[in-house]
Design a protein around this ligand. Sequence first.
Ligand code: SF4
Length: 410
Amino acid sequence: MHILSKSTYIKGLQCEKALYLTKKHPYLRDKLSLEKRAKFQRGTDVGILAQQYFPGGVNMTPNSPSQFPKRVKETMENLQNPAINVMYEAVFQHNDTLVMVDILVREGDQWRAIEVKSSLKLSPTYYNDAALQYYVLHGCGVPLSDFQLMHVNADYVKQGPIDVKQLFQLVSIMDYAKEQEPIIAANVERLKNVITLPHAPQVEIGSHCHEPYDCDFLGHCWKNVPKTKTEFTIDYKALYAQAPTTKPRHIAYLNTLTYMPAVPELDGTKPYQPMTLAYALTGENEPDGYSFWSCLDDHSRWQEYLSLLEERFKHYDLIVCFEPKNPIQSSKLFNLYEVLQNAQMFHPFLKDGFNLQNTAKALFHDAKLFEHSRILVEAIAHELTSYEQTKDDLLTENEMIKRIYQQFFK
Ligand code: SF4
């Protein structure tokens, strides 16, 4: 059996203690947030779509971890089989390190390896992870014509069925991977040794706990942070410098449900283009104290919210919201997400993400909120039936937006 994999190697580069805990004490791991789960799912969906770029391949994905040795053997046999020209998730092992290559394409006597990323840009971590794969493939003696990273093309505009050749872009990292080989080899030895230690290595908490990824053991390692660091802080001078210049007479609270599909869903849209599928506006000039709009039953109407909101905004001096991905432009908008961040608001809860849920938890002990991403996932999954639920969820969040605003500005 293998000792390291692509994910444990990347984890070990971030923090040796995180690697050790993953291997020896996985039960200490934090619960997976819905946001993280959705991100994994998005990666898987994009990976499957990317296979269409090189159709007709043999899928080597094992059904369970116990099948890894069998798949390693079959992958090596398939390399010699002239009837097989493309493999998906081919499994290789070298120096106790196991990797699964997203796509492997025969090119004459050689193979081209492709690692698929669902993002628009390539980060240094992606290069590191591809370099590890190159190290393993090279160690297994696979003759490589190229090693490429495939990622989503930000300029692609959907017109008709998805054109995978346009949706994805390929970037060669072969030279980088060759250059990195001795460094990777040294890292693999170092990280293999970490796992054999009798105790977890002593690593202090720090910014590396969030870079390049939020560590899975934040709950475990940060639980004993001294009291002084657990307090709420904010730069009040910076906060009030952003306050509305004249006291607003009519205030409304706005909350949107904004969806950013990696693979564009509608003609004329691009990858990750924000699409607002619903909004709730709470204010004294709304017919029932609120107005709610959604196009969950027909996403093609997603741009309607712009003119509807423009009209509603006329009835207010200030529109308060908490929008990490602000989909609306208006001089009346008062985005608490930006305002509180500009004022350097700090609380340990916010280390898990600067979002409405954690901000409310940090300010009010009785705050009961669900993850905003859960509203989105449920609204999209249930389509029509979720109309009432989405409305209630967004209005509940609006109450919290109002409470946060009043906490500081009233
Ligand atoms: S929380 Fe920080 S110190 Fe603890 S394992 Fe993770 S990265 Fe390492």
